[in-house]
Design a protein around this ligand. Structure first.
Ligand code: GLN
Length: 468
């Protein structure tokens, strides 16, 4: 009873159903865990113990879920780990939150992230450091680093993250969790602070693939408040993945994702072993190619900043959060509030985005990037006529040391393996695959076609079963 914080969603639901414990017991256990561990790990920005206990009393069978600090929950702060949103309290629930509540989950605690989800280490948070629970001198990954650290350190039952170019999958790999980036449109973006609207998706970060299936089912579905949400029916993922097996599954090995410079030897070894396990369990391996992969980074770092520069225009000192005290007129109100409120990486993206959208450069950069994005998407369409899923590393390295990657470009390279599938809008899942000799977790990534989460989760579950 005292270690309820260790539970995953499935076990929590089963215990609640049987009456072994109540939601309040789980929340109390999490509060204790928070008090013991948060000083060291820094996964949470805030944990509203009173609010969580009250919600648990109202719904004694509810499962608490940690929420990345850019998803709006009515009555809770939503800072996006930025100084510019200091003091902001959400007046409404994001659709993912109302969906969660309707399915027996309660939002409990705000977890840290890179400011506005821009980054790969959570070091861009303006509000505090988050440490990797497997080695406190290392980063948890990012931008959903607080979510991953909370799951990896058993400081929550499960968490919500968001992924624009890898922000669920890379931290999941660094912290030994399962992380699903749903297909674009599978999950509503309403109430989720926008970074790059054509890429952003909310997804589950959990202790098992089954938990991810349960939580994704609760999150997903069409939403009249998000015109890009898909009206395709949401399959019953948890029952569809029961009895999942690797037998006869066609797995693609894309040559562009291997033999990459800067790839860590141990990541390579663990990925090779994972592939071998799939084959031994009956999967058919196919060598495939996604020839436009080499352009994905360049395309992403045009499209994502372009969209961010437009989305972040709303933080102007007038409507939300921070307002400069030095403002003398409306122009200086905008410029000073933004100069004081945004951190260096966010400013870098806004400047890059504004540049690639500016007249004279629009066609050369943004227009071209859109065309190449289509080619990247076609590569995936083509590959998924031949295979059920691709297997790739999640990131080229395991978790790196806090402070080690000072150069933005080196940091960007962390997302080499996650960005192409984001641009293509397909779904992908990070699954724990092993540990380095130094004890750092390493995940592999499975990628499947758009709206093929049922297949993706089945294959991921089959892998989880054989890799234990
Ligand atoms: N690390 C990537 C970036 O900084 C991806 C971030 C994300 O997926 N939110 O843009």
């Amino acid at each position: 009873m005292s270690e309820l914080f260790k539970l995953g969603i499935k076990e929590a639901v089963e215990g609640l159903e049987k009456g072994d414990f109540t939601s309040e017991d789980i929340v109390n256990s999490l509060i204790k865990r928070y008090e013991e561990k948060n000083g060291e790990i820094g996964a949470y920005l805030t944990f509203d113990a009173e609010g969580a206990l009250e919600a648990a009393r109202l719904n004694p069978k509810a499962v608490p879920i940690a929420v990345k600090d850019l998803i709006n929950v009515k009555g809770q702060p939503c800072t996006c780990a930025s100084k510019i949103l200091k003091g902001y309290v959400s007046p409404y629930d994001a659709t993912v939150i109302s969906n969660m509540k309707a399915n027996g989950f309660i939002p409990a605690g705000r977890v840290n992230m890179d400011e506005f989800a821009m980054g790969s280490s959570t070091e861009n948070s303006a509000l505090g450091v988050t440490r990797n629970p497997f080695d406190l001198t290392r980063v948890p990954g990012g931008s959903s680093g607080g979510s991953a650290a909370a799951v990896g350190a058993d400081m929550c039952i499960a968490a919500l993250g968001t992924d624009t170019g890898g922000s669920i999958r890379q931290p999941a790999s660094f912290c030994n969790c399962v992380g699903v980036k749903p297909s674009y449109g599978r999950v509503s973006r309403y109430g989720v602070t926008a970074f790059a609207s054509s890429l952003d998706q909310v997804g589950p970060m959990t202790k098992s693939v089954e938990d991810a299936a349960i939580l994704l089912k609760a999150l997903a579905g069409v939403d009249p408040k998000d015109g890009t949400s898909s009206d395709a029916q949401v399959p019953d993922y948890p029952s569809l993945i029961k009895g999942a097996s690797m037998k006869g599954v066609k797995i693609g090995i894309a040559k562009e994702y291997f033999n990459v410079t800067g790839m860590d030897e141990e990541v390579k070894r663990i990925t090779d072993e994972a592939i071998k396990k799939c084959e031994e369990a009956g999967a058919e391996l196919h060598e495939v190619s996604l020839p436009h992969t080499e352009y994905a980074m360049a395309v992403y770092y045009i499209i994502a900043p372009a969209e961010a520069s437009a989305n972040l225009a709303r933080f102007d000192g007038v409507r939300y959060g921070h307002r400069s005290e030095l403002a003398k007129d409306v122009f200086s109100l905008y410029t000073k509030s933004r100069a004081e409120g945004f951190g260096p990486e966010v400013k870098r993206r806004i400047i890059m985005g504004t540049y690639v959208l500016s007249s004279g450069y629009y066609d050369a950069y943004f227009g071209r990037a859109q065309k190449v994005r289509t080619l990247i998407k076609r590569d995936f369409d083509e590959v998924f006529t031949k295979v059920d899923a691709l297997i790739t590393p999640c990131a080229p390295t395991p978790a790196f040391k806090i402070g080690d990657l000072q150069d933005p470009l080196t940091m960007y390279l962390n997302d080499l393996f996650t960005i192409p599938s984001s641009l293509a809008g397909v779904c992908a899942c990070a699954v724990p695959a092993g540990f380095t000799t130094a004890g750092l977790p390493v995940g592999v990534q499975f990628i499947s076609g758009a709206l093929c989460e049922d297949r993706l989760l089945s294959i991921s579950k089959a892998f989880e079963d054989i890799s234990k």
